[in-house]
Ligand binder design. Structure first.
Ligand code: ZN
Length: 336
């Protein structure tokens, strides 16, 4: 991808929907964030206190686990897992969604980290024919509302939607009071970093995900969605969603170094935007072809703005072009 005009402060490109630049080349999204960024250190401290209080209050109360964590084996969720385990000493159940594209090195990392932290792991693996159908459908067209696609590709959104449903379903069925995610500080805003889930809202999310697929596919996926009856039946059990990396210290290199102490290795078999998924490069390429901006640019621009990532590093991540060998690998596997 050749370098388009980009914001001189973050790295959002001129092709990003709704963007405009001032005379210094700074984008309207940067200006919109200025106030919030100033208050960010105090806000992060407040959220750390809130999480400490929440975790202390819920520790050991549930019959089985305190936390169910969506665990991909990538650096962010590995780091979040370590943080929660070591800071609070909670009983954690990690759930890995096997989308048939988890890299072999990521699997090694998953076993090393869960063994080293003493965490139970469930590997949830739907059979290949249905996974293939889901991804082929998401590759062929944008199946989600436009605002969703500002932040991620249709393929990633489909996969993450399923993961969210599966972990929430697990939390409800096992009475687990906290669901944790390893979203990077650029991926999800601090405002949603500690949030009690609400049956009506979660029901709406599930509906959107179901509706993204044609009836016959969605019927085959039925077991992965939260059944309608749960929203009433388990009303009192709806857990807290937390994503702690939004408000704890986060430095990509420091995170990697910290994980390497537990024998986690930076995968050499994935593309530069992912430390676990072999489908990612193709998902990005589909998105770039259709929308003319990189699906990770929102996340990376946020991190550059927050000073968590250097601007040059961000530009390299987003504008170096896709690894075409990885794109080809995924296309062939999906028969596209
Ligand atoms: Zn900007």
């Amino acid at each position: 991808m050749s370098l388009p005009r980009i914001c001189t402060r973050c790295i959002l490109p001129e092709t990003f929907p709704g963007i405009s630049f001032d005379e210094d080349g700074v984008c309207n999204y940067c200006h919109r964030e200025e106030k919030a960024l100033k208050k960010s250190p105090q806000k992060k401290a407040l959220y750390r206190d809130r999480l400490d209080e929440l975790m202390r209050g819920l520790k050991g109360v549930a019959p089985s686990y305190d936390v169910v964590m969506a665990y991909s084996g990538g650096k962010d969720s590995s780091y979040a897992l370590k943080l929660i385990r070591e800071r609070y000493g909670l009983r954690i159940l990690a759930v890995t969604f096997d989308n048939h594209f988890v890299s072999p090195m990521a699997w090694e990392n998953i076993t090393k980290i869960t063994d080293s932290l003493g965490i139970d792991l469930i590997r949830f693996r739907p059979p290949w024919p249905i996974v293939k159908t889901i991804f082929r459908h998401a590759a062929a067209e944008d199946i989600f509302p436009a605002p969703t696609l500002l932040r991620a590709s249709a393929i990633c959104t489909a996969c993450i939607g399923l993961i969210k449903n599966i972990v929430l379903k697990t939390a409800l069925e096992m009475s687990i009071p906290i669901v944790a995610f390893g979203w990077s500080p650029g991926q999800a805003p601090i405002q949603s970093a500690i949030m009690k889930t609400n049956p009506a809202f979660m029901g709406q999310n599930t509906k959107v995900l179901k509706k993204a697929f044609p009836g016959e596919i969605s019927k085959e996926m039925a077991a992965y969605f939260i059944p309608d009856s749960y929203f009433e039946e388990y009303r009192a059990r709806f857990p807290y969603n937390v994503h702690p990396l939004a408000f704890f210290e986060y430095d990509e290199e420091a995170v990697k170094k910290d994980l390497e102490k537990m024998a986690w290795q930076v995968p050499t078999d994935t593309d530069t935007n992912s430390t676990n998924c072999l489908l990612n490069a193709f998902a990005n390429q589909c998105h770039i072809d259709r929308h003319h901006f990189h699906p990770y640019v929102w996340e990376i621009a946020n991190m550059v703005r927050q000073g968590i990532m250097g601007r040059e590093e961000g530009i390299k991540k987003i504008y170096s072009g896709q690894d075409m060998a990885m794109v080809k690998y995924a296309k062939e596997k999906l028969g596209i």
